[in-house]
Design a protein around this ligand. Structure first.
Ligand code: GRF
Length: 210
């Protein structure tokens, strides 16, 4: 029997995407082992969610370490110890060190609340994305699930889904609809990875059917 995919979730905030992955696992839709949750802010609610579901946690703020080498070493050891196959960033606000990105090439996923390559990049997160979409007058927005490379919001796109931008939208109402879409689709990219059906050829990712 094929071994289960060991997943590490990285989160910094409320962790609603983390929760949607836990829920899909619990419902039997998603067959993975959530082996670890790593967060940089011990007060964030994602820690509580992990605790509620018996998921091991690691509080790992990069600022705790004197050198980036030390931080990379500790992080890398933690991932090796749990035999992590896939890293899922779920609202993680820190940039992953390039050493980790290259160790886990095409094995780290992120979700962005907009349609990349528009409205992405350093400093584009949360409400800022939705406000930028509205300020630009875009008529559609959506989500992008992508592999992580060394640049912000840049790696190969795994899936994108759209929502219409409505005349009456505010950043809050748009954020709410986009977040629903995130919960609906992020786990499906994780599932495709776990089932071994994702193929990456340069920037082109195939094998996720949603
Ligand atoms: C989501 O909008 C996601 O797209 C972005 O960060 C937010 C995290 O929300 N990367 P939550 O912590 O999962 O509720």
């Amino acid at each position: 029997m094929k071994k289960q995919t060991n997943v590490a979730i990285f989160a910094s905030g409320g962790g609603s995407n983390f929760q949607s992955i836990i829920d899909r696992k619990d419902s039997g839709d998603l067959s993975i082992n959530i082996a670890l949750m790593i967060g940089n802010n011990s007060k964030s609610y994602c820690f509580k969610r992990a605790e509620n579901h018996g998921i091991p946690t690691l509080h790992l703020p990069p600022s705790r370490y004197d050198s980036s080498e030390e931080y990379v070493f500790v992080l890398s050891q933690a991932l090796k110890e749990k035999e992590i196959d896939l890293i899922v960033l779920a609202g993680y606000m820190k940039k992953l060190p390039s050493e980790i990105v290259s160790q886990y090439r095409n094995k780290i996923m992120n979700i962005h609340p907009g349609l990349l390559p528009a409205f992405g990049g350093q400093g584009m997160y949360g409400k800022r994305v939705h406000q930028a979409v509205l300020d630009y007058g875009a008529k559609i927005s959506g989500i992008t699930v992508h592999f992580v490379d060394e640049e912000y919001d840049h790696g190969p796109v795994i899936l994108q889904k759209t929502v219409d931008v409505l005349d009456e939208d505010t950043a809050d109402t748009l954020a709410e609809r986009v977040l629903k879409l995130e919960h609906q689709y992020y786990w499906q990219a994780v599932k495709a990875f776990a089932e071994g059906s994702l193929q990456v050829n340069g920037r082109t990712v195939t094998g996720v059917v949603v």
